[in-house]
Design a protein around this ligand. Structure first.
Ligand SMILES: *Cc1c(COP(=O)(O)O)cnc(C)c1O
Length: 239
């Protein structure tokens, strides 16, 4: 094994242990939680190593970095998730490689995603990104729609050609009533997911939890955790 492969294998094993322990503590089966490795700022060579180590889901947050990386790795059996704030002028590119867009937070984005998915002949999974710290604008600083806006967006996605409503995603808020209360935030997301599934029973994905708070997310009931730093190392810059 190369040094990098040894390092990634060790990190991955630690994260796997954490997920397994969190599932056991919550009385959940390990298969209920899918690990998504967030490879942003790291090279395609790392994605290739991770794939060789059995990773099946990767996530990126900037189209400029993700598009060439996904092209480099097109031969690998990976599901690509897009988790960053998405401008409509990047949608055509993102639809070219993303299987799931987790950051759907406004109607214009739904319209653009649908149009490009149909054009590309692809079906794109969509998660509504929820901002639990949304201000009066109804939107979060780091993207996301306030809980009150979920239903309208979900109906829009569900009726849009080329799109499949997958569920909900959130990032634990740094401000507002949930600051420092990750588990409470993720439990709130679960309640919102229960509401959503009344109208959209197939929208079962709940994407929550990162390197620092994956245990709280698993305890709350998350189906997908998004882990970057704990697998790849501390990112050289904010990404
Ligand atoms: C970067 C990022 C992650 C991973 O964060 P880590 O703390 O590195 O595990 C998860 N979700 C989103 C939306 C991100 O942008």
């Amino acid at each position: 094994m190369t040094d990098r492969k040894t390092e990634l294998a060790a990190n991955l094993a630690k994260v796997e242990e954490r997920i397994t322990a969190a599932c056991a503590a919550a009385g959940r089966a390990r298969e209920e939680v899918t690990l998504i490795v967030v490879t942003k700022t790291y090279p395609a060579s790392d994605v290739r190593i991770l794939s060789g180590l059995g990773v099946r889901h990767v996530a990126e947050n900037r189209d400029q970095d993700a598009a060439p990386k996904a092209a480099d790795c097109a031969d690998l059996p990976l599901t690509w998730h897009f988790v960053g704030q998405l401008q409509t002028n990047k949608v055509r590119s993102v639809v070219g490689y993303a299987d799931v867009v987790q950051s759907v937070d406004r109607s214009r984005l739904v319209t653009a995603l649908s149009k490009e998915a149909v054009r590309a002949g692809r079906e794109v999974g969509c998660l509504i990104q929820v901002a639990l710290d949304a201000g009066a604008s109804g939107r979060g600083d780091r993207g996301g729609v306030a809980p009150a806006g979920i239903e309208e967006l979900a109906d829009l996605v569900a009726g849009a050609p080329g799109l499949r409503l997958g569920g909900l995603m959130t990032v634990a808020p740094l401000t507002g009533e949930y600051a420092g209360r990750e588990q409470a935030a993720f439990e709130r997301l679960m309640d919102l997911s229960t509401d959503l599934r009344r109208a959209h029973p197939a929208a079962t994905m709940v994407s929550a939890g990162m390197s620092a708070d994956l245990e709280q997310a698993v305890a709350a009931g998350a189906t997908h955790v998004r882990v970057g730093t704990a697998v790849l190392g501390v990112r050289p810059r904010l990404g």
